[in-house]
Write a protein that binds this ligand. Structure first.
Ligand code: PMP
Length: 416
């Protein structure tokens, strides 16, 4: 605890939510330096989709290190980079008939979003970008401008420009009128609006409160983007790579994005990797070397990321994700009914991202603290931090999942 207090006062260890020091981790469990084990419903904010210290990836990384693989290659070709690309194309793109080009963007999701914005501007010659209420896209200037939460945007110190913010579909059918109004204004020469370069959207807003968009609404956004000559960009950074029960969260929705942003889970092991999938006609707009970045060639990320893709060669993991997601949702629905009937608790989610909206940030905070005290790591998100967000590793064993859900149930009851 002494060390922890020192961190808080001097080093800023970001450990306010979970006041302990973690020492090791395996699949869906983290163990602190005192040997206390916690079920992990946080999974590095969606980075550790395949669990902590996943053995398949670990073995490949050890072999790579022992063979003196190229640890960092910037924009040079390496065997590990080639193996990753070939695996991604064969496992993800070919079965979907997607002809997207891969662009490596750097280590973080913000790098991918920022690059998407820059490319959209270059392709269209336009400046404005459409983003949606409650969206979260990153912390760098451009990606932050897209982010809805004023608390985060205030960190820039000045208003951020060039974003048209439309309402996200918070309830079925919601948000459609706003799209129609915006379309009409763009079509009206005296509407005073410049046409946008891109529409950037999450299919499930993760940080924004586990808000789930419907396929028809997403198709309406895509259609508007197409009609006004803007790029349709899907930010898959938190809910891609299997989280919702399909590899892409937009699979089967009839969507055909111009750019898909990937990060977090794509690196597999917590190894940093961010990349964009870009339609070939847009990809050609960047001359070689025009958009660069030092950390675009992390060897360990390619090795781990390649192994991570082996989980998606068949439907075994994704079938489990759908089943576990259903178990999570029904446990939360039961909890909402028994504990929150008069309080209007709401359950939202898809696959293994599920949210319990308890309607009140201080209650959610109390539940997070009580869960931690009982051995569960879970986070809160959404407006005022009032939504408990459950994103365990997709590989979580059934008994850990059951234990975590039971701890959460007890913690909610204890906190009321
Ligand atoms: N987009 C989404 C949907 C995210 O959830 C996040 C991170 N929470 C980002 C972008 C930014 O990623 P990073 O923090 O790696 O820059």
């Amino acid at each position: 605890m002494e060390v922890f207090e020192k961190w808080e006062s001097e080093i800023r260890g970001y450990s306010r939510t979970y006041p302990t020091v973690f020492a090791s981790a395996s699949n869906a469990r983290q163990v602190d330096e005192h040997g206390r084990s916690y079920v992990d419903f946080f999974a590095g904010a969606g980075v550790l989709n395949l669990g902590h210290n996943n053995p398949r990836m670990k073995r490949a990384m050890i072999a790579f290190l022992e063979a003196d693989g190229v640890a960092h290659s910037l924009d040079m070709a390496t065997t590990t980079k080639r193996d990753f690309i070939e695996k991604f194309v064969a496992t993800v793109l070919v079965p979907r008939g997607m002809t997207m080009k891969l662009q490596f963007m750097g280590p973080t999701g913000s790098n991918a979003v920022e690059a998407a914005l820059k490319l959209a501007r270059k392709v269209t010659g336009r400046r404005e970008v459409v983003a949606f209420s409650h969206g979260f896209h990153g912390m760098t200037l451009g990606s932050l401008a897209l982010t809805g939460n004023e608390f985060f945007r205030a960190a820039a110190g000045v208003p951020l420009e060039n974003v048209v913010r439309l309402p996200f579909e918070t309830a079925p059918g919601g948000g459609i009128q706003a799209l129609a109004d915006y379309r009409a204004l763009l079509a009206d020469v005296s509407g005073g609006l410049a046409p946008p370069a891109a529409f950037v959207v999450e299919t499930v807003q993760a940080e924004g409160g586990v808000n789930v968009a419907s396929a028809p609404w997403l198709r309406a956004v895509q259609e508007l983007a197409r009609d006004v000559g803007a790029l349709f960009v899907i930010d898959e950074i938190q809910v891609g790579c299997g989280r919702t029960g399909s590899y892409f969260s937009f699979d089967g929705m009839g969507l055909d994005p111009d750019v898909v942003c990937l990060a977090k889970g794509i690196g597999g092991y917590g190894t940093p990797l961010a990349m964009n999938l870009v339609r070939p006609e847009h990809d050609a707009h960047w001359l070689p070397g025009e958009h660069t970045g030092t950390f675009r060639g992390q060897g360990l990320s390619f090795v781990a990321g390649r192994e991570a893709l082996t989980y998606f060669e068949d439907d075994v993991l994704l079938t489990e994700v759908r089943a576990k997601g259903e178990r999570m949702a029904s446990a939360l629905r039961a909890l909402a009914q028994e504990a929150g009937e008069d309080r209007g608790f709401a359950v939202r989610g898809r696959g293994m991202i599920q949210g319990l909206d308890v309607g009140d940030g201080s209650l959610a905070k109390a539940v997070v603290a009580e869960s931690f005290a009982r051995g569960l790591l879970v986070g809160a998100c959404g407006s005022g931090g009032r939504v408990l967000k459950l994103i365990p590793p997709l590989t979580i064993p059934d008994d850990d999942l059951a234990e975590g859900l039971e701890i959460l149930r007890e913690a909610v009851h204890e906190s009321l």
